[in-house]
Structure formats: C-alpha cells, structure tokens
Design a protein around this ligand. Structure first.
Ligand code: ATP
Ligand code: MG
Length: 273
C-alpha cells in the first residue's frame, strides 16, 4: 500500500475574535502518496481554509496535521517555510506570476528562494517543465504579455520546479475557458501519472472533479464525503444533474430537439428501462 503522505486529525479552524467563524469543524483525512483527489463544496464551506492549513500557510486552531510523518504543529516558522519550499507546490486561481519577470524567471523563482542561486541544473529543469506545459517558446516573454491559459501553465511549471511531493491547487481552472481548463487538467493528471506527484485540487467543475481518483466534499466546515471514484462517470456521481434529454430517453420518449448533443442516439439499453 502507498505511504500516507498527508494526515489531518480532527482539524478545526476558527477565524476572528469577536465575530467568530468556525471554518473547519473537525476534519480528519488521509492522502496517500500519488493521490489525485478533488475537493468540492459550496462557497464558504472551508475548501481554501483546508488547503491553506495543508500547505502550512496557516495553522489550525486545534487538531493535528502531518505531512510525510512530520507534525506541522511542532515545527518552527522557518521549518514550515522550508517544508513549503521543498515538498509542496501551489497553484491558485489567479496565478500570481510576477508581471515584470519573464516566464522562465517566474518558473525559477521557487528554486532561487530555496537555493539562493540558479545553476545549470535548475535552468535545465525549468526548461524541461516549460517544455512539458508547452511553454518553451514563451520562456523569454514577460509574464504579463501572455494569455490567461498560458499564465496558468507557467504557474504549474513554477509549482513543480522544486519537485514537490504534493501540489495543492485552489481552483486552478476557475479563471479559464473550457478548452484551457481541459488542457490544464490534463497537464495536472499527466504530472500525477508520470512523476507520481500527489494532487489535491479544489474545483467547482464537476466534470473535472469526476475525473479524479478520489472525491472529497466539504459542507459547512465538515468533510461530508470521501469516496474512491475511479471508473465512475459524472452522470453516476450526480444523476440529478443529468440533462433532461437523458430522462426522456429513459422513459422511452425520442428526443428530437435539434442541437442537443446525443439527440436521436440514445445510450444503448437506456430506452428499455
Ligand atoms: N481570513 C479570514 N478571516 C475571517 N473569516 C474567514 C477568513 N478566511 C475565510 N473565512 C471564513 O471561513 C469560511 C470558509 O472560508 P473558505 O475561504 O475556506 O471557503 P471556500 O470553501 O474556499 O469558499 P469559496 O468557494 O468561495 O472559495 C467562510 O465563512 C469565510 O468567510
Ligand atoms: Mg476558496
């Protein structure tokens, strides 16, 4: 069995002193090395809070967080910063590239922070990653002079430059059109498969979420679902969201609205039941 990479034990997070918000209410969770998990939940349910705590960007109010066997609560701020630099990668909805720097310089930035200098090996690694995300030709372009999808791909290369074990992605496709979302998602998946990097991805997009190996759901600060969804389709996971024409097929009524995907070619066997 794969090694446990991340473990949360009864984690709570309370914000504020007078007007208090209990953002996490006792979340326990384990992620194994190589996991590819999607985290869903309504606005305000605690997804970003959970990611920030896992990413050692914030401390929980109570409970324990362990990454690769190390308990975060026992680590100093310097040790946490080191953990962030060496073992974790972050991808956000807004990529936070430094606009005045080139794509290549942005990708190298975490390496510079970690090692204090950029050597030939670092440059080689950055170029490999830019190649992988299809951005090698854009390496000398300034980060504010490329498209949103390209910026997100550069941000993914940046998240991977220190070879993290875990990548935390908060709505990585939230700001992209469907074509770019698909490209970014496939990229994350291929990094997971090829490098064995673990991923926890917050998304509102059920189509993308359904393609993870594991689906976690938060509601009002509680983990209300944690399922292995390998081999499950989006329709199986959320039957209530099936488009109306599918219901019509199920009832044996031919669907003939023009332009409806799949119209007139009902799923095999769907008309009989
Ligand atoms: N820094 C903060 N100070 C006070 N309250 C906060 C802070 N950050 C988050 N909260 C509150 O904690 C709760 C959880 O917020 P969080 O950002 O984790 O939600 P989310 O699931 O990421 O939502 P969204 O989908 O809108 O990004 C919310 O009620 C939010 O208002
Ligand atoms: Mg959020």
């Amino acid at each position: 069995m794969a090694e446990v990479l991340v473990e949360l034990e009864q984690v709570t997070k309370e914000y504020g002193t007078t007007a208090r918000t209990l953002a996490l209410r006792g979340v326990s969770l384990r992620l194994e090395e190589g996991a590819f998990a999607a985290l869903i939940g309504g606005s305000g349910s605690g997804k970003s809070t959970l990611l920030n705590i896992l990413g050692a960007l914030d401390r929980p109010t109570s409970g324990a967080v362990r990454i690769a066997g190390r308990e975060l609560g026992r680590m100093s701020d310097d040790e946490l910063a080191d953990l962030r630099n060496t073992s974790l990668g972050f991808v956000f909805q807004f990529h936070y590239l430094l606009p005045e720097f080139s794509v290549l310089e942005n990708v190298l930035m975490p390496r510079l922070i970690r090692r204090g200098r950029i050597d030939a090996a670092a440059r080689r690694r950055a170029l490999e990653l830019l190649e992988m995300v299809g951005m090698v030709e854009r390496q000398h372009q300034r980060a504010n002079a490329i498209s949103g999808g390209e910026q997100q791909r550069a941000a993914i290369a940046r998240a991977l430059v220190n070879d993290p074990r875990l990548v935390l992605a908060d709505e990585p496709t939230g700001n992209l059109d469907s074509q770019n979302s698909e490209a970014v998602f496939r990229l994350l998946r291929s990094v997971n498969r090829e490098l064995g990097t673990s991923f926890l991805i917050v998304t509102h997009d059920r189509h993308l979420a359904s393609r993870a190996d594991r689906l976690l759901e938060l509601a009002d600060g509680r983990l209300v679902a944690d399922r292995d969804i390998r081999g499950r389709s989006e329709m199986e996971l959320w039957p209530e969201l099936a488009p109306p024409q599918c219901l019509m097929f199920r009832q044996g009524t031919p669907c003939c609205s023009p332009g409806v995907p799949g119209a007139g070619e009902g799923p095999a066997g769907a008309t009989g039941g």
